[in-house]
Design a protein around this ligand. Structure first.
Ligand code: NAD
Length: 461
């Protein structure tokens, strides 16, 4: 385990490297992105093997949810870095005439990225791409719960970059705490709300800006106009991919009472189609990350009527894809983020019911509405506050790099992906280049007899 002194030495080394100005060179950043792109592509199979070792994630899911996204992100950054990093010219204010105004993007400096276990590769590499593009140095602390992936990350990074530029520090929360004692220029954290608060507190000590990518209870409404077969197919995919251990998975369903019976039949059919009668034998269904989470999730199974699944196997950390009918809102399963393959189904009749349930919880990271009634869906999307969402599908908002990805309120602050990653890791420096060929003396003291004229001018400008 790295000691406080090795961590201190590493951060000082990185600060020194940043101060050298090397990371500010666009050619250096581009070269680094290209190196990252090469190592990502070279390790495509190795990373899938590591993810399988860590929690039996299938190759298809690993490629689709971990690898492809970062390959696209790095290619996008390489293609656009020149444009993104160029100072942006903005219209000048007449108050400053004559001047030209610009926004310069400058790197923050030494960045710390803290990552969770559920997408242990993508949630390290995607922010790393933003940090490199913006010209920072980076220390990454991957999750201790995915040892194979974290070890591979360390190997990939140490073989590609010098540690005074980018380094992986492995370890648990004690290592995190040591890292948080250092003074960073930016902290990017993905993880739970509980730990997010610890990060924000540690960052506040140094007034370090943070991005917090957290979680929450994501509602998913299915109204009585929705296409039931298609909705069931999309929801089953989104809920059970990664065995439900996804921050933007639907946490619970709110199903209109007119379609409850029919919709449950569709969900059942789709679950069997996707994972078979015995999902334990399916090669496509991952395992729970560790015993603590297995136990936490197993305890939820008594919180409602099990209509599908409910089978567990502690030795294999297996929990079957499960539908839980009408649990009480007071039960534990409806009190915290589920983050596993258990899907509660709650029925509603009116929009007032929806409001009463949804507003019990903090602002979620994601929100989904299945409906053929455009104005109903639109009204719902505008009414509630949440990180991002979709209509008639789940999780797909995540893959479009033109959409900023992040939470609001308890589900986080800040956003990234595509150009937003570059923005997140850059400070926007406002510059006014003032002309010297003209100097209007009006602003200078003495101000005698200038007030009325100033009032007139300020209205006009
Ligand atoms: P976590 O908060 O337990 O851990 C995240 C990181 O923080 C890990 O690297 C861990 O070592 C470190 N950590 C843990 N306890 C700490 C402490 N006391 N002090 C300092 N550091 C500490 O989260 P997790 O269990 O790895 O991941 C699951 C959570 O992450 C879920 O709540 C999920 O919703 C959220 N999540 C959010 C996103 C997003 O993009 N918004 C993505 C994935 C996961």
């Amino acid at each position: 385990m790295p000691t406080s002194s090795t961590i201190y030495t590493l951060t000082e080394k990185q600060k020194k490297f940043f101060a050298s100005g090397k990371t500010k060179e666009i050619s250096f950043r581009k070269e680094s992105l290209k190196k990252l792109s090469t190592v990502i592509q070279k390790n495509e199979d190795t990373i899938c093997d590591a993810l399988y070792k860590d929690f039996k994630k299938s190759k298809f899911e690993s490629l689709a949810t971990e690898v492809v996204l970062v390959v696209k992100e790095v290619q996008l950054a390489i293609k656009n870095i020149d444009r993104w990093t160029n100072p942006k010219s903005v219209r000048a204010s007449l108050l400053n005439f004559p001047s030209k105004d610009f926004i310069y993007s400058e790197p923050y400096g030494a960045v710390l990225i803290l990552a969770p276990w559920n997408y242990p590769y993508q949630l390290v590499i995607a922010p790393l791409i933003g940090a490199i593009t913006a010209g920072n140095t980076v220390v990454i602390k991957p999750s201790e719960l995915t040892p194979a992936t974290s070890a591979l990350l360390e190997k990939m990074i140490s073989e590609t970059f010098t540690s005074d530029y980018i380094a992986v520090v492995q370890g648990d929360k004690e290592v995190s705490k040591k890292l948080l004692k250092q003074k960073w220029d930016y902290i990017f954290f993905t993880g739970s709300v509980k730990v997010g608060k610890i990060i924000a507190e540690a960052a506040a000590k140094h007034l370090t800006p943070v991005t917090l990518e957290l979680g929450g209870k994501n509602p998913c409404i299915i109204d009585d106009t929705a296409k039931l077969t298609l909705s069931a197919r999309r929801i089953v995919w989104g809920k059970f991919v990664n065995a439900g251990q996804t921050c933007i998975a639907p946490d619970y369903l709110l199903v209109h009472k007119n379609i409850e019976t029919d919709f449950i039949k569709e969900l059942q059919k789709e679950m069997i189609r996707a994972y078979g009668e015995n999902p334990k034998t399916s090669k496509d269904f991952p395992r729970i990350i560790n015993t603590a989470n297995f136990e936490r999730l197993s305890a939820f199974l008594k919180d409602g009527k099990i209509i599908v699944g409910g089978v567990t196997d502690v030795e294999n950390l297996y929990i079957a894809p499960t539908l839980l009918q009408n649990p009480s809102l007071e039960n534990a399963v409806m009190q915290e983020e589920i983050f596993g393959p258990i899907l509660p189904i709650i029925t509603y009749s009116t929009e007032a019911d929806l409001e009463k349930i949804i507003l019990r919880y903090e602002k979620p990271l994601a929100f989904y509405v299945f409906s053929e009634n455009y104005s109903f869906a639109e009204k719902i999307l505008k009414k509630f506050s949440f990180g991002g969402g979709a209509t008639n599908d789940v999780m797909i908002q995540f893959v479009n790099h033109r959409l900023p990805f992040g939470g609001v309120g308890s589900s986080g602050m800040g956003a990234y992906h595509g150009k937003y990653s570059f923005e997140t890791f850059s400070h926007k420096k406002s510059i006014t280049r003032k002309g010297t060929w003209l100097d209007i003396p009006f602003r200078y003291a003495p101000y005698k007899r200038k007030v009325n004229l100033f009032k007139k001018i300020s209205k006009w400008i």
